[in-house]
Design a protein around this ligand. Structure first.
Ligand SMILES: [Mg+2]
Length: 171
């Protein structure tokens, strides 16, 4: 059913998610996508604002794992300077990498959110694994090769949700 593609929440940018909001809900961990969620898919390193956001998250004792379908070179080069654990070639929407990240952080599903920019990988995978999912607007308007195909299906699902009033981006 299409409901599996529906995020529990949607926000404009990951930077709009505050540690206070997360802690109020008992969240202690974040599993986040990389490309077009944290930075543009073709930007190699984190922006100053994003570095500040991660510092804020860590200061509040919220753990983070980057879970990406991209390759080791890309994910490692991005994550290592931030000292954030990562899983590459995660094969989302398969559930294995989500569960691995959870085990590594030593948290429960109820204490962890999944954040990403794609319905077909991040949201579907997170929902299937039983996490609270947060969809963000893609950082860039462009996508890598594989993602272009996913976006086509995604647009159709998004339109359906919009028509049903299940999903709308606030301005
Ligand atoms: Mg992405």
């Amino acid at each position: 059913m299409l409901k599996k593609f529906l995020p529990a929440e949607h926000v404009k940018s990951i930077l709009n998610i505050t540690p206070e909001q997360l802690k109020a809900r008992g969240i202690k961990g974040i599993i986040t996508d990389l490309d077009n969620t944290l930075v543009e898919w073709d930007r190699p390193y984190a922006t100053p604002q994003l570095i500040k956001w991660f510092e804020e998250i860590k200061r509040n004792n919220i753990k983070v794992t980057i879970v990406s379908n991209n390759n080791e070179v890309r994910v490692k080069a991005f994550s290592d300077p931030l000292e954030i654990p990562f899983i590459f070639q995660a094969r989302k929407p398969m559930t294995k990498a989500f569960n691995k990240a959870l085990a590594q952080m030593g948290l429960k599903k109820e204490e962890t959110v999944v954040i990403g920019d794609q319905l077909l990988t991040d949201v579907l995978g997170g929902n299937r694994s039983g996490f609270h999912t947060i969809l963000v607007v893609p950082v860039a308007q462009t996508d890598g090769f594989v993602t272009k195909f996913n976006r086509f299906a995604e647009r159709r699902i998004m339109n359906w949700f919009r028509k049903k009033g299940l999903l709308q981006w606030e301005d």
